[in-house]
Every structure is written in C-alpha cells, then in structure tokens.
Design a protein around this ligand. Structure first.
Ligand SMILES: Cc1ncc(COP(=O)(O)O)c(C=O)c1O
Length: 408
C-alpha cells in the first residue's frame, strides 16, 4: 500500500536501465517511459506485475498508478473478463493465414457506437491508425497538406512539425501546426492554405475541451473542402461509447481510436465515412499483425465491460473527485503555482512554467510515497481506482504541497 516514503530503493531497476541504455535505442520503447518524464533520480522502474490500479517493480516497490500504461488500461491491470477472453482466444490461436470472424464482430460493434463510423480498419498502434487516416484523406481529396492539432504519433507526417531530425524537408512542408483552441488561427489557416489541405487531424481534448474551437475547425475545414479527423486515441471510450463525437454530437469525417479500446492489448482503429473508405479500398494499407486475434478478443471484452451500467460514469466521477480535491487543496495554498485542468475522466494538475522546481518536487514527493503520475499530463483514472484510492492520493498531494512550501 503506498504510504509516506513508500519507495525503498531501485537498485535492480537502475542496473537494468544502465544495460538498456547500452543496447536499446533511447533506452526504452516509449519516449514517455524515459526518466525525465517522471523523476530522473527515482525512475524508471522496471515493472514486474500489475493488478487493478497497482504496479509492483522488480525491487519490490508498490505504486498506485495514474499513468496506466499511458492510457490503455482503462479497466485496470489483469481485468478478469478481458484476460479470460484473451486466454480463451489464445487456446484457438493468435494470428492466422486468413481473416478471423472477430474482425467483423468488433467492426460491427464499433459502427454501432461511433457516429461517423460507416467503415473501419484495424491496426496495432495509434500512429498507424492516424497515418492511415491521413493517407485516406489525401487520396479522397487529391491534396497533400495536413493540419495537426495536438499529438498523433511518431510517423513522418506528424513529426514533421517537431524539431526532430530524420524528416525530409519536402515532408516537413506538408504538415501545418495549429494550437488547440486557436479558433482565429484555424480560420486564417484555412483561408490561406485551404485548397491544399487534405485534412485537419485534431485531438478533441487537449487538457481541456473547447467545443467552440472544434465546431469552428469542422466548419472552416469543410468550407475549404478539407476533411476532419478526430484523433480520439486518448478520449475514445473513456469519455463515452462514441467518444467525444458521440457525447457532444460532433461529426468528423474520420476518427481514430486506440489506447483504451482493448485494456492494454495493442489495437487501434480508423473509422469513417463510407465514401472516403470506398475511394481508398485499393490503397496500399496493410500490416502482417493487423487482425491479430488476442487484441480483437480483448477489445470486445473491454467494450462489453465499459458498457456495463455505471462504469463510464465512474470514470467521470473519479476524475471529478480528483479535480475538486486539488481545487480545495490549492485554494488555501496560494504559494503552489499549479492549476487544475482537464475534463471528465481526464483530470490534469498543471504547474506553471515558472514553477519547474515545484513540479520537480511534486513528482519526487509523489513517487517517494508510491504514486505514479505523469508530469503535466492526464491522470488516468480507471474502473479499478476506488474512492479510497483517490482519497489516499489527495492526502499524499496535500502532504507534498505542504512539503514544497515548508521553509528551509
Ligand atoms: C492523441 C494521440 N494520438 C496518437 C497517439 C499515438 O499512439 P501510439 O503511441 O499508440 O502510436 C497518441 C499516443 O500517445 C495520442 O495520445
């Protein structure tokens, strides 16, 4: 159970990470699992196992987790119904020489719940699904440029807007960055570049939800003949069965989902209008592991669980419990330079840019107490977090806030 000064030592993890840095590109498979994302002195730990909302590392430390594998684990680690569905499928086989009926079953399930979904296609990662959406949009419109709002994965078309090397200049010219919430910028961009823009790929929530911005993006893009892709890889299914589109009656032309769809099993999907998909049916979009059955079985079981009464409501309620708890704590602690953001099941505690030292101390203090959270990012609450877990988390936040501002 996380408690005061719960983190003992990380000797085994540190030794393993040193070995990893010698042989693994970047030391880890995911940039967000590198040390700077948590606390350079205390992390990364190597995880031995998880159950519910808790993790145990190879040095024997226990964590109450709000990172939840960067979002996919929406029901909790080792969820019995999901794991049982996967075990049953495992006994029949993982990947076959031809298609599995599970593809059709899951496709029908998704089409029934996602507003724009007349067609779907499965992939393994979010980056793949959004890249497929971009290719479908370029094919359908005959245009090359893409506007990107938020993060959509590591492939060239998105990374083109970053400083990263390895992106050809010609590719770089084709991606235009737009800040979430910048409605005037969206209109200006469409006025200037509209005839060349194939699609706008927009995360419907970036820390907060701005419905006016989303409506303006959809209208401006459509007026310019461009398509709109909602990247619902974070919002999908935890916000509601049809994602942000379903919950707020917004209609994008395509959408992408991943993360929470299969409770940690690798699956993503692009959904969209029939005409866009029909026009793209002969495009070269293909993957050996597309259609892998364990993830399809996991997705069907995960969606069934999320559909049970009260599950999504609970995600919203626990997000709210955290947000209200932080607001209450910060009200009487003006010296803590943090604001409460986020929406529904995606609460965020954001330290101001000038308060980097406070943020470092907060990350360290929470880790020392056995709470795993991400810097300035969503705290992923799951069906497995109990009200008592959140109470305990808020108590830890209070202790750490007080430690940060304690003189000396
Ligand atoms: C909104 C969004 N889109 C796309 C991606 C890329 O997904 P993946 O890392 O599975 O390729 C992410 C990953 O964090 C994401 O948050």
């Amino acid at each position: 159970m996380p408690s005061s000064a719960a983190l003992h030592h990380l000797d085994k993890s540190r030794a393993l990470y040193r070995r990893a840095c010698e042989i693994i590109l970047g030391g880890s498979q995911t940039i967000s699992k590198q040390p700077g994302r948590y606390d350079p002195d205390r992390f990364p730990a190597y995880i031995e196992r998880g159950a519910g909302c808790r993790l145990w590392d190879i040095d024997g430390n226990e964590y109450l987790d709000y990172v939840m594998a960067l979002g996919p684990v929406v029901l909790g680690y080792c969820h019995p119904a999901v794991d049982e569905a996967v075990r049953a499928q495992l006994s029949r086989g993982v990947l076959f020489s031809s298609n599995s009926p599970l593809e059709v079953e899951l496709a029908e399930k998704l089409i029934a719940r996602i507003p724009n979904a007349e067609r779907v296609r499965f992939f393994k990662s979010g980056a793949e699904a959004t890249s497929a959406a971009v290719r479908l949009a370029r094919n359908f419109t005959g245009r090359s440029k893409v506007v990107s709002v938020g993060y959509s994965g590591w492939h060239d078309w998105w990374t083109a807007k970053q400083e990263s090397g390895g992106i050809p200049e010609a590719v770089r010219q084709l991606t235009l960055d737009l800040r979430y919430g910048d409605s005037e910028g969206a209109v200006r961009l469409m006025d200037r570049e509209g005839p060349d823009i194939a699609c706008v790929v927009v995360e419907p929530v970036v820390s907060d939800l701005d419905l006016d911005f989303l409506r303006i993006v959809i209208d401006a893009a459509h007026a310019a003949g461009a398509l709109v892709v909602f990247d619902e890889i974070i919002t999908g299914f935890r916000v509601g069965p049809g994602g942000v589109q379903g919950r707020f009656s917004l209609n994008a032309d395509m959408a992408t989902f991943g993360k929470a769809i299969a409770n940690g099993f690798p699956l993503s999907v692009v959904t969209g209008r029939r005409d866009i998909f029909e026009a793209g049916k002969d495009l070269w979009i293909s993957s050996t592991f597309g259609g892998e059955t364990l993830s399809l079985a996991a997705a069907i079981a995960t969606l069934n669980e999320l559909d049970k009464p009260g599950v999504v409501d609970w995600l919203w309620a626990s997000g709210e419990q955290l947000r209200l708890g932080w607001l209450h704590l910060l009200q009487s602690r003006a010296a803590i330079h943090a604001t409460v953001k986020g929406f529904g099941p995606l609460p965020v505690l954001q330290f101001s840019k000038e308060a980097r030292r406070q943020e470092d101390e907060f990350m360290a203090g929470m880790l020392d107490r056995g709470f795993l959270v991400r810097r300035g990012h969503y705290w992923f609450v799951t069906a497995s977090h109990q009200p008592a877990d959140i109470e305990m988390t808020l108590s830890a936040c209070r202790e750490v806030f007080d430690e940060i501002v304690r003189p000396g």
